[in-house]
Write a protein that binds this ligand. Sequence first.
Ligand code: ADP
Length: 448
Amino acid sequence: MFRRILIANRGEIALRIMRACKELGIETVAVYSEADRDLLHLRYADETVCIGPAPSGQSYLNIPALIAAAEIADVEAIHPGYGFLSENAHFVEVCQSCNIKFIGPSPETIAAVGDKVRAKEIAREAGVQGVPGSDGPVESEQDALAVARRIGFPVLIKAAAGGGGRGMRVAHNDVSLVNGYHSARAEAEGAFKNSTVYIEKYVDRPRHVEIQIIADMHGNVVHLGERDCSMQRRHQKLVEESPCPVLDEDTRRRMGEAAVRLARASGYYSAGTVEFLLDRDGNFYFIEVNSRIQVEHPVTEEVTGVDLIREMIRVAAGEKLSFTQDDIRPKGHAIEFRINAEDPESNFKPSPGLIETLIPPSGPGVRWDSHAYQGYRVPPHYDSMVAKLIVHRATRQEALATARRALEEMQIDGIKTTRSLFLRVLEHSDFIHGNIDTGFIDRFFGQR
Ligand code: ADP
């Protein structure tokens, strides 16, 4: 096992990784930008290193600064968390060449599944159906029009290197397709320095259902059930739950098996997620692989009892998974709410600033994963998430009651948060009955 790990991230996930390290008896090195001197996990680290100014390009994405910190602090491994360098194959190669273990998949796997066109090819070879579409990059307007003619409108133009909903455009006719093709390419070039786009059928009011997998370097691949992440705003997740309220046992089993086949086909080790869309007839289609730990991993931890971060660290150290597929028996129902520093009453405008009061919820069935504290100033430079509220109860109905109670208890003053939105969502009969799709928030609560 590792003696010392560097945590190449910030906020709640840095704290989450540190907690796992402490419990494993591993020393931690925390890095931070000049805007992040007040991060909570810095107080608990064995060593802290400032890696640059506030902009993430000069700090959390600054590979030379991170490697220098890792070498000076003499760590054996780096945990990247999510975002930043977590899916950057080049960074993994640099770590390897410096004899530092990267706590995640191999650079080959990250590069292969990170290219969504390539990932769909791997899926097809593994017998996993993707959303019908171009089956490869679309190279011209004519090409785009031909694909749309074949699969029918509406279609979605997506960036091969995409992430965070960027480089994505819906088209309902020839004109919006041609415009969308050019603007998606331009956005993808700007965001990812890769203008490759492909086209998929735009699935009508789907649910987003994903499978958590974990694999070791000895050929063991296990899936840990699904998460339903249909509650999204502009294709960004806000609430995640497990199990999915509408999945039948047969579909659940087939989806899990498909995810494991895809993981094997891409030489996967470490934690990862295989994402699917579930259409209104119960068919599911592969959309992408996230080759990192995800924000919503706690709902899976709650229902399975598996500590995913601990398993990732163990696997990276060369150990075997501590369980088999048969050991995984999910229990109860878990729901996560992303508490973001955003104003839902004002089109989700970011609301950084000083947290004047913070009373976190607690009590039975409540887990609070957060780096925020009273007196903490949320910096404007990064992701707006300040906390994750996770509830876990025997049934979905009980989980909803606990969620309502916990959100009412919770008090954050000084900044606006998504709490008020969730209190309203919890009153909405479609959500109460598990009857939502990825457009739910935008339809009912999007523009006010
Ligand atoms: P990103 O990596 O940018 O987050 P994804 O491929 O994961 O992009 O898609 C994000 C979200 O966009 C999905 O959860 C879903 O809501 C929507 N989406 C993606 N592909 C389709 C599709 N073919 N039809 C309808 N919605 C889609």
